[in-house]
Design a protein around this ligand. Structure first.
Ligand SMILES: NC(=O)c1ccc[n+]([C@@H]2O[C@H](COP(=O)([O-])OP(=O)(O)OC[C@H]3O[C@@H](n4cnc5c(N)ncnc54)[C@H](OP(=O)(O)O)[C@@H]3O)[C@@H](O)[C@H]2O)c1
Ligand SMILES: C[C@@H]1O[C@H](OP(=O)(O)OP(=O)(O)OC[C@H]2O[C@@H](n3cnc4c(=O)[nH]c(N)nc43)[C@H](O)[C@@H]2O)[C@@H](O)[C@H](O)[C@@H]1O
Length: 311
């Protein structure tokens, strides 16, 4: 048994979950990490049974229906329904089972579309959401608020929410229909290189800005948060504090892969938020910064892509 106790990690088969499991701090806990085939989190009865049988001391909720801008736009019903149901089932079953510590993972899509950057935690629920991912964002807000209400009603309950910026890294999803920006670029530029193509198409004009953190770094923040959840505010961004234009990410990936073609722009493609940069005031006071540079993170992710996905 890990010295810190028994921990249920939801989403342990996903990108964030696998990075959490690969981190050395995972050895401090006895981690239970069922995938959806073993425990369907949309099944309330199955989730309650799981808590009754396994009695975890802590929960990290990192499961979700997750995808890039195109998948979110195509399936708002599934993104709202599945994420809301999973969040409700996990948080309520944990509380009913007497679990005192729960770390919930949200996303910066919870911020209002017109909020001024950098985005600080108190801006949530002050305005209209970005329509391209509204369903997902509503589910994330609901789960965060459920944790807030539980803390308010139960002084023993340490149910806290981390709000990570955009992520990329090992175990990412490279399928173009579902992928986020960074894995999409890696796949496109790799294909261009291997097929001898001279150009790659960027969605939009490439001036929108995003803050992408290496998922291995997020795992480090998550374990620090798990070890001292009492010290966390109810909600806290996990970000870098700086961002880049979409065009810059394409150039950076091309540099890492070693491809020297040209970029074109498809202006008919969705762009979403013009910018969503996290305020890192709370995170800085908490004493953590992400260590991995963009170039190093991209190089590690490309190596992983070559080993596991490249044709
Ligand atoms: N990726 C990002 O850019 C990003 C940014 C900010 C926040 N986040 C948050 O981080 C968390 C994890 O994201 P990710 O990128 O790791 O996603 P991911 O790679 O797509 O993984 C999703 C995980 O959720 C599990 N899952 C989905 N439906 C389930 C169900 N019905 N029952 C049980 N498990 C289910 C999957 O299990 P199976 O594989 O076994 O089906 C998988 O382990 C999410 O809360 C997401 O909102 C992600
Ligand atoms: C963290 C996630 O952020 C997501 O928003 P969001 O940053 O726009 O999601 P991404 O899919 O990462 O897209 C980021 C930006 O990259 C541009 N982009 C350029 N080329 C591509 C490409 O080939 N593929 C993709 N996917 N984008 C591309 C896209 O127009 C958008 O402005 C939300 O939809 C999710 O719900 C989640 O919250």
């Amino acid at each position: 048994m890990g010295a810190r106790g028994r921990l249920l990690l939801t989403g342990g088969t996903g990108m964030v979950g696998r990075n959490i499991l690969a981190h050395p701090a995972a050895r401090d806990w006895t981690v239970l990490a069922p995938g959806s085939a073993e425990l369907d989190l949309t099944d309330a009865g199955a989730v309650t049974d799981f808590f009754d049988r396994h009695r975890p001391d802590m929960v990290i909720h990192a499961a979700g229906r997750v995808g890039g801008i195109q998948a979110n736009m195509a399936h708002p019903v599934a993104f709202l329904d599945q994420n809301m149901t999973m969040g409700r089932n996990v948080v309520m079953a944990a509380h009913r089972a007497g679990v005192r510590r729960l770390l919930n993972l949200a996303s910066t899509c919870m911020y209002p579309r017109a909020a001024p950057n950098p985005l600080s935690e108190e801006m949530i629920l002050t305005g209209e959401l970005e329509p391209t991912n509204e369903g997902y964002a509503l589910a994330k807000i609901m789960t965060m608020r459920l944790c807030d209400y539980i803390r308010r009603e139960d002084a023993q309950a340490q149910y806290k929410t981390l709000i990570p910026c955009n992520l990329y890294g090992l175990y990412d999803t490279f399928d173009p229909g579902r992928s986020h920006l960074v894995p999409a670029i890696i796949h496109k530029v790799h294909e261009a290189k291997t097929r001898g193509l001279g150009s790659v198409e960027i969605w939009g004009d490439g001036t929108a800005r995003r803050e992408f953190m290496f998922a291995g770094d997020l795992a480090d923040a998550i374990w620090k948060a798990a070890a001292g959840i009492e010290a966390l505010p109810g909600a806290m961004n996990i970000g870098l504090g700086h961002d880049h234009a979409i065009n810059d990410y394409y150039a950076a990936v091309a540099g890492v892969i070693g491809w020297a073609g040209i970029f074109t722009h498809d202006l008919s493609r969705p762009v979403g938020m013009k910018r969503k940069l996290c305020a890192t005031t709370r995170q800085t006071a908490w004493g953590w910064t992400a260590p991995t540079t963009l170039r190093d993170g991209l190089a590690q992710t490309y190596r992983h892509y070559l080993e596991h996905y490249a044709a």
